[in-house]
Write a protein that binds this ligand. Structure first.
Ligand SMILES: O=C1O[C@H](COP(=O)(O)O)[C@@H](O)[C@H](O)[C@H]1O
Length: 260
């Protein structure tokens, strides 16, 4: 029988008048994804970006719906710095979220700080960490996260995938490195598109007037091929955008009322 190829599900955009309502709704959305995943397989695999995202997850603190002991947390991208360096995405999450909730530290998968001098080894080691969790590199090819949370930079980058960069074409490695990030620090490791696009759900968080032009370019003109437009989870995966009305000021792409 011939294989059926489905096109990706279209993005669903939720826009909120106030960031606190967005933060509360994002927490509900994450908890629903977590519940479904735990019901199916007893755990929840989530990958987190840095930047403004840690503050967007404050709605999870003290929330009785979160089963922290079932979470397995990875970082979508990470800056190649010690874990206590102010540029570290892990440090930001530790200070803003993880130090305030009962998540076992062994469930938070950081880069290996002993490998900071060798980016090839560092990214390979993080890929192996993924293989350990998903145990499938040979058979299924790519890990399927329950949820990946992304940000979008003012240049349209997401994760550490920047406009015009050769890593946009990486289709084999799960974790790649770069030494020429246009946004400091220059050295980073990042998930590649095949990993991001195999997740069951991907959700972007983008707020504020600094995102107005880029949000419209990414969603209204995907043919321009900006890094954030290239996030297209393969069927049956879903893509969501959590934005505020300020960021969505010029957006023509239709918005959907938030409902779980
Ligand atoms: O450098 C990075 O930037 C992006 C976007 O950050 P934001 O502050 O504009 O939300 C972030 O998603 C990525 O993880 C980070 O390393």
């Amino acid at each position: 029988m011939a294989a059926v190829h489905h096109s990706p599900n279209p993005p669903i955009v939720y826009s909120f008048p106030f960031v606190d309502k967005l933060v509360a709704s994002l927490a509900e959305f994450i908890i629903k994804a977590q519940r479904e995943s735990i019901d199916k397989k007893g755990k929840f695999t989530i990958a987190l970006s840095g930047g403004s995202l840690p503050n967007a997850l404050k709605g999870l603190i003290g929330n009785p719906g979160v089963k922290w002991d079932k979470w397995q947390v990875f970082y979508v991208d990470e800056r190649v710095v010690p874990l206590d360096n102010p540029d570290s995405n892990h440090l930001a999450f530790t200070e803003i979220l993880f130090s305030k909730v009962p998540i076992p530290t062994s469930h938070i998968h950081t880069l290996d700080p002993s490998l900071l001098d060798d980016l090839e080894e560092l990214s390979d080691a993080y890929e192996k960490e993924l293989i350990k969790e998903f145990a499938q590199k040979d058979s299924a090819r790519f890990p399927v996260f329950d949820l990946i949370l992304l940000g979008m930079g003012p240049d349209g980058h997401t994760a550490s995938l920047f406009p015009g960069h050769e890593l946009l074409a990486e289709d084999d490695r799960w974790v790649a490195y770069l030494e020429d990030s246009p946004k400091p620090p220059a050295k980073r490791i990042t998930f590649t598109y095949p990993v991001i696009n195999h997740a069951a759900r991907v959700a972007f968080f983008a707020v504020g007037e600094g995102k107005v032009e880029m949000l419209s370019s990414v969603l209204d003109k995907p043919e321009e091929g900006l890094p954030s437009s290239r996030v297209k989870p393969v069927y049956p995966g879903h893509l969501y955008w959590f934005v505020d009305d300020q960021a969505a000021a010029k957006l023509e792409y239709p918005k959907t009322a938030f409902k779980l």
